[in-house]
Ligand binder design. Structure first.
Ligand SMILES: NC(=O)c1ccc[n+]([C@@H]2O[C@H](COP(=O)([O-])OP(=O)(O)OC[C@H]3O[C@@H](n4cnc5c(N)ncnc54)[C@H](OP(=O)(O)O)[C@@H]3O)[C@@H](O)[C@H]2O)c1
Length: 269
């Protein structure tokens, strides 16, 4: 594939951030794009520069299986096929594990892991038919268990296992299953993450790449049918070391705690 032109895409979490940037890239290349989020009130304006017959907006909370199914069904109804599913919707958290309330675990897993599993299982039959792609937008903290980010890390690690298993199950079907492991990306000001009490908080920190650069990596994964894209030397190093010598990864995480993720002092200490 040399471009996304005339491909039918479903992009979850396209109302902000990386999902919005990738949707714009796909629309500029004349793809047919179903864009989705829970709150779609601003999405018509967001994509108003693009032809109406290329943009399809669907409100869905993917953490509910029935809504994830409605999203996929709506895209199939609109485009008559699905070539690419970009599983981008996600929610992040910060806080030491010992301080976490149970609803933090639920909220993060419900969107990042369960929601992504639902959209994927409902879209797969069509993607198998079109010999298309399923993309999992992952993170370097889905490679190793980041301190202060335990539930986010583990919810994303689960996606690596899902991707690997589907790839093996379907390897004779010419389906592409890709995972894109991103570093810190620029955040929209509206972005919220969940703190240890389950409150939504705004969170800004220094980014390694822009949303546009992240979106280009997703595009590269689709066009080149890459199974894994891990951004940067540190990401690749983390992947390698955790695989071959996890005790070195443990040492680095223990000793650089705080410089990897700035975390607050535990409430219980
Ligand atoms: N930003 C980073 O530094 C970074 C780094 C590595 C990986 N990533 C991953 O990249 C992806 C996008 O990150 P981002 O920074 O662009 O996030 P973001 O700005 O918070 O956007 C998240 C998007 O997902 C949607 N969403 C959240 N929960 C949802 C749900 N239950 N059902 C449907 N849609 C939902 C949001 O819209 P609504 O709230 O309206 O639903 C929004 O459109 C995530 O998977 C994240 O884990 C981000």
């Amino acid at each position: 594939m040399v471009s996304l032109a005339n491909k039918a895409l479903v992009i979850t979490g396209a109302s902000r951030g990386i999902g919005r940037e990738f949707a714009k890239i796909a629309l500029k290349e004349s793809a047919f794009v179903t864009v989705s989020a829970r709150d779609t009130s601003k999405m018509a304006e967001l994509f108003s520069d693009f032809p109406e017959d290329r943009v399809h907006i669907v409100a869905a909370d993917i953490s509910h299986p029935d809504q994830a199914k409605q999203l996929i069904d709506a895209a199939i109804h609109r485009w008559k096929r699905i070539d690419v599913l970009v599983n981008n919707a996600g929610v992040s958290m910060r806080g030491n594990f010992i301080d976490l309330q149970s609803d933090v675990v639920e909220k993060v897993f419900q969107t990042n892991t369960f929601g992504t599993a639902y959209t994927t299982m409902y879209a797969l039959p069509k993607i198998i038919k079109s010999e298309g792609s399923v993309i999992f937008v992952n993170t370097i903290s889905g490679v190793v268990g980041f301190p202060g980010s335990s539930i986010y890390s583990s919810s994303k690690m689960a996606l690596s296992a899902i991707a690997q298993a589907i790839d093996a199950e379907l390897y004779q079907n010419s389906v592409h299953i890709g995972s894109v492991y991103l570093p810190y990306v620029t955040n929209d000001r509206e972005k919220v993450i969940i703190d240890s009490d389950g409150n939504e908080i705004h969170h800004q920190r220094k980014a390694k790449i822009s949303q546009y650069q992240a979106a280009l990596l997703i595009r590269k994964s689709i066009l080149r049918r890459k199974r894994r894209i891990i951004f940067g030397f540190l990401g690749k190093f983390a992947w390698f070391i955790n695989g071959v010598a996890p005790f070195i990864a443990d040492f680095i995480l223990r000793t650089s705690r705080g410089s990897i993720h700035r975390i607050t002092k535990s409430k219980t200490s």
